[in-house]
Design a protein around this ligand. Sequence first.
Ligand code: NOJ
Length: 464
Amino acid sequence: MKRRTWILGSAGVITTAFAKADQTMIQEMGIDFKWGVANAAFQVEGAANEGGRSMTIWDDFTKNSSNIKDGSNAQVATDFYHKYTEDVKLASSLGFKQFRFSISWARLMQPGMKELNTEGVAFYHNLIETIINEGMQPWVTLYHWDLPSELQKFGGWSNRKIIDYFEIYVENCVQLFGSNVKKWFIANEPAAFVSLGYLSGYHAPGKKSPFGFLRAVHYVLLSVAAACRKIKSHQPDAMVGMAYSCSPVEGAEIKDFLAAKRIDVLLNRLFVEPHLGLGYPFEDLPALKRLEQYIEPGDMDSIKCTFDFVGIQYYFRVVVKKSRLIPFFGGREIPASKRGVIMNSMGREIYPKGLLDCLKRFHEYGFKDLVVSENGVCFRDELVDGKVNDEKRIGFFKNHLEVLRSAKQQGIPVSGYFVWSLTDNFEWSEGFSERFGLVYVDYSTQKRILKDSAKWWQSALKGG
Ligand code: NOJ
């Protein structure tokens, strides 16, 4: 296989010349382009037993420390529940004008999931107000993987009952916050939370059931469509979208093409096409056909919905080799480490051009407004003499922003870009071992320290 290389930027020291070039790149995206940061409730909030919050599938999953690489849990996380004011101010001091966060279902609602938890309501009201007062626009993710344990008791997303519960929750969110929140992501990366949670068991709730997985696929899609209608019925001026993970999938050789196509269905198509009225991509992933038994009359109509925008979350490319040993997909991923490519600390390929491939693809589906709702990179950052030199991360952003600019120049309607993530945080099954933040968190003191990449963004957005 051909070794692919690209040059990492080297802006460890931010000279005026660098700042100027980077500022120009940012300015070229246009005055209305939206620059933001993102995080998610379970990964940052902590305060697991405070404010009337009930347990989630991730609290349960992390109780078994062997599920998490470093044996950690997110009971405290980055203590965003108490430190949100500091974090929101930090984001705005860096020059970002958009702030994406998620609402924790288990914090907003009381344990039965039918009544509101007033302390949770107050927390999100305050958070939204702080974001707005800091001159930023709130973007709310309604579901970022932290299903209340209460709902997992009956199977969570793999039980049709979840559709009604999700509707109740979403309706409450819109009624409570709709006057201040105009941008809604209904759910974050369904391909990830459904396949890792219900098929491979690598994420909460840790299930490894092909049939549970198929049911979850169908019920998540129906829930999203129902939520989309619900939001629009209460808030006609709302902009409603989804946050989709996207990875270009390639076969290592010609003979691997069909396996790549099957994996591509799971990673990039399954959670989009039914909403567009294209049905399920059964032809390209025949094992999916077993899902037909769960489709009730009328479902394929009610699964259709129209989004106002779509979020693309881009991290890496996937290269596939066919393998008869792998059920369902008949193919496996070739790890980046075996392909001699540049990687992040999770062993994922860093491949900026993939961002363009993903944007093009969603544009071809006909979506008229795209935002990059997550893009970022993990490295094993170290705090040395009170500083974090993460020039590789700066290089990562420069390379991806160049690709973003070229997407825009090619006429792809991309209107925003969110860095994942504002601060280091709990990286799911990797625990705290992976750091994605612009801001370093010293977990023993909860002190926040700007990494060089944060300073780079600040000078690029605000002028250095
Ligand atoms: C996507 C997920 O939305 C987010 O929660 C996660 O931390 C990042 N990817 C990095 O893996």
